[in-house]
Write a protein that binds this ligand. Sequence first.
Ligand code: UTP
Length: 310
Amino acid sequence: MSEQIKPVRKAVLPVAGLGTRLLPATKVMPKEMLTILDRPLIQMAVEEARQAGIEEFIFVISSGKDVLIRQFECPQALMDMLEKRNKVEQIEKVKASSLPEGAIQTASQEVALGLGHAVWCAKELVGDEPFAVILPDDTVRHERSCLAQMMDAYNQHGGNIVATCEVDMKDASKYGMLDIASRDGQTVSVKGLVEKPKAEEAPSNMAIFGRYILQPEIFNYLDRHEKGAGGEIQLTDAMVHLIQDQPFHGFAFEGERLDCGSEVGFVKANIAYALDKDSISDEVAEYMMEKLRAYHEGKAMLGKSKKAAA
Ligand code: UTP
């Protein structure tokens, strides 16, 4: 790493959103506690960050979401019980999913005013150093964590880096879309950013995905509390300003992106990770084939008959 590039030690995990797309599942339980197989989304996000060398985690939470922090504790009563029953494997699982005391700090966002506001709430805890942001409901399926891949690019280029991937132009209105100045392998130099444009107004087909490495100067713009798309304080609006002042890159990561905050993405993620897992993959694949056959014969829908596919 060049001497001018400051290391990234902290990750901000904004987890104060309402999760309306998955109601009623998220009525009581935070969206980030939903599990992909046996791991809550928040656990996957923390594991991803640890693979990238992150040691300090800043959770931006709202009241009633303390369970997200408890997930990383090592409960004595449970450990005693597991030890008494000699459940060695389970003991290791609990230990591996815990964080050392003090590794998590919390900032509070009592009203979900938008992602930009959530990140701003972490300002004091971040201080004057570069930091990562991970949106736990966006997951990337790959052997090397997405943030770790981004960290390699950061150590080479410095500045600010957002994860990016190509999307269908018809979906441009769902994402922040990059305006690209030049390309160099997986890294693109960014000259602008448009939040949720119409397909015909999108500057490229490269969308932002929920991973960021940002310089602390982003807070100069988040301090303004400007409302953007949907009446929310958007992180992308602050990034639009930052792009004018500092090097800003998009990083086309390797791996499958899955939006687990949507019903379809959540189901896809569970299927994909199940097929990755040796102990269950054969049984799951067999069940899926059986279901697909029935689906194509118009028999798979509970309580409904569906016309057989042509
Ligand atoms: P989303 O855009 O998925 O919003 O947030 P949401 O409110 O969680 O979910 P929907 O769209 O209503 O279903 C992306 C990430 O940013 C956090 C969320 O918790 C999620 O991890 N977030 C969003 C906040 O922490 N605060 C906010 O004000 C908005």
